[in-house]
Design a protein around this ligand. Structure first.
Ligand SMILES: Nc1ncnc2c1ncn2[C@@H]1O[C@H](COP(=O)(O)OP(=O)(O)OP(=O)(O)O)[C@@H](O)[C@H]1O
Ligand SMILES: C[C@H](N)[C@H](N)CCCCCC(=O)O
Ligand SMILES: [Mg+2]
Length: 227
């Protein structure tokens, strides 16, 4: 059994991309995989249909039939912080509900990949304040951290790792996402790995989304740590 979170240094860093690629890599080894997005915000429309990007990506690229209801829990229309998106719908995220779902699914699937919402200090509710980081800690699962490769990532990545370490949350490794093969990006990766000694993977910036079908993480130290 291998259950873990994919968390990020921010929103839009590529957590869904990485979750999808990791899902496909485990599926390649015939593992029963559940990609699980406990809280998603920002409904999209296509031909008058409403949908959520993250769980739609999982289903679009899964090599196994996914049970849609298993992949999600709280979904809110506003593309905002979960605490606020819930408030706008007069709702309140209950972490205990998510923990219950994680415990249930961890018995049903060989691999469960839980994707965070935004970065670590994203509030799920305010009174009292409860961050995504608190939920990760309460789940007692380890993490994979997704980060960008360009200017600013050294600080963001080390800050995120410090937050995880301060909460005794295991980090299996780092995914550097969106690599465009510049010297600056390579230096960023080198510094972060030298400082952290963590397993890692590098995902290139893809010309089109469908190119992720050709990607697996098998030849990476991160995969050695995960499989
Ligand atoms: N390696 C990549 N190459 C090309 N496009 C990418 C890559 N990684 C992510 N993207 C694109 O960048 C956008 C943000 O990626 P993604 O949705 O995975 O971020 P996220 O961290 O999951 O965001 P959220 O916090 O909303 O869940 C998406 O449109 C995605 O298609
Ligand atoms: C809407 C976005 N795509 C994510 N689902 C939620 C991001 C919350 C970010 C909150 C913040 O850090 O300000
Ligand atoms: Mg996402």
């Amino acid at each position: 059994m291998q259950h873990f979170w994919v968390v990020g240094t921010d929103t839009d860093v590529g957590k869904t991309f990485v979750t999808t690629i990791l899902m496909r890599t485990f599926q390649k080894f015939n593992k029963q995989v559940l990609p699980f997005k406990p809280v998603q915000t920002g409904v999209l429309t296509s031909d008058n249909d409403l949908y959520y990007y993250d769980t739609t990506m999982y289903e679009r690229y899964s090599q196994q039939t996914l049970l849609t209801n298993d992949t999600m829990c709280y979904c809110y229309k506003a593309p905002a912080s979960p605490h606020y998106a819930a408030q706008l719908e007069n709702d309140h995220i209950k972490p205990e509900v998510i923990i219950e779902r994680i415990q249930q699914h961890s018995q049903q699937y060989e691999v469960m990949i839980c994707e965070g919402a935004g970065g670590l200090y994203v509030p799920l509710h305010r009174q009292p304040i409860y961050y995504l980081l608190d939920l990760v800690k309460a789940s007692q699962l380890a993490t994979v951290l997704v980060t960008k490769t360009g200017l600013g990532t050294i600080n963001h990545t080390l800050l995120a790792l410090q937050a995880l370490n301060n909460n005794n949350i295991t980090v299996f490794g780092i995914v550097f996402n969106g690599f465009e093969n510049t010297q600056l990006e390579q230096e960023n990766i080198d510094v972060i790995i030298a400082q952290t000694q963590l397993p890692f993977a590098v995902i290139p910036k893809l010309a089109k989304e469908q190119d992720l079908e050709n990607l697996t993480l098998e030849q990476t130290t991160l995969w050695e740590a995960l499989r």
